[in-house]
Ligand binder design. Sequence first.
Ligand code: AMP
Ligand code: GLY
Length: 417
Amino acid sequence: MGDRVLVIGSGGREHAIALGLKESKGVSELHIAPGNAGTSMVGENHEIDISNIDEVIKLARDLEVNLVIVGPEGPLVNGLSDELNKVGILCFGPHSKGAMLEGSKEYANEVMMNLDIPTAASVKIEDIEQIEELIDDFGPIWVIKRDVLAGGKGVTVTGNKDEAIKAISEGIKLDGFVLLEEFLEGEEASMLVVMDESGFVCLPASQDHKRVGEGDLGPNTGGMGAYAPAPIVTDSVKNKVIDRIIVPMHDWLSSQNTLYRGCLYVGLMINQHGDPYVVEFNVRFGDPETQVTIPLISSDLYELFLATSEGRLAEIEVEFHNRHVLTVVLASEGYPAKSMTGRIISGLENKVENCIIHHAGTKSDGLGNLLSNGGRVLAITGVSNSLYGASVISYKFIQKIGLEGSHYRKDIGYKSL
Ligand code: AMP
Ligand code: GLY
């Protein structure tokens, strides 16, 4: 008899986690809340409001689950992990104090400054009057960040001074302040680090594509595609990331009396000398990074989650496949500004070999149709012995999918291909 597991969330990340857990011998029942049409094919979906902690706790208790795995940041920042802990249910995902690393960029900057972790210099602007005196110290190019959970969309990066001033003024009006940051040059990569107080495991680095358009143009999105492993993270870069960023963060987090048992997502900028800087911390797995990372883990996924949530990660060995994974996100018409949803998705029966269909914003209409139900609808994931092979698989299949007005980037992986 295996364990009962509840996964919180409804995106491609949660579908990828659910598919990984399905292969674990230790799992007998898989529940997802609220889930999507894809997760309903792997386990049982539960239509609850995951921003309501009481509802989640009630569901976890009613189902008598052994472990809750939290996908998105919102519930973690709101204290879901703290409350599960209080009622004696194991949780993969940090305590609310740890989650502030993502919940507040200002806080994360302060932590990094205290620990001497390389990141961009930044200044807080609360008053429109300050703009004139500071703007030329930071650009061009200007990076303006709203200090809110905005799904990667609260950041403006621009070479246009008027646009920068507008973003600062609007941010101050909305939130009372913004952060103006030094522009970091280089290539980005995402490092997902599973950790608890006993140790940490770096999963293979990946590269996301945050801008909506080809050639990294247009507005920021939650992520339009990803691939792993990312060759920009060579062994030498990885060692610098571990020495300069992960070890100090792990030491510090482990010294706190709150638990950090989950994933620390380190968003990196790697400059031309191979020196890594932190662009952001997230306190959860990335989306779509998870879709390209989980297929690389050859060890039992449930054992990894369970050991971490019990604080005994150091006791287990985590192994990886020697292969390449690439995912392309199919987005709704209008994404990221305003997404058109409720449209029929067709062609999924044409799936090609070594391709995983990760559902994100999908739902079933109960009449046998699959409908779009969000900005990012599907992530089409190819698995191969080479990055090129993985890309051929994803693109071969995505072309066969029908969804009126949908769009996807044609250049995922271009920096490495
Ligand atoms: P964030 O939500 O902080 O990850 O920012 C979203 C995206 O904006 C990042 O993935 C980067 O592409 C870009 N970005 C954020 N901060 C900087 C920075 N200081 N320098 C250059 N690009 C940045
Ligand atoms: N793909 C970026 C994120 O998950 O934050």
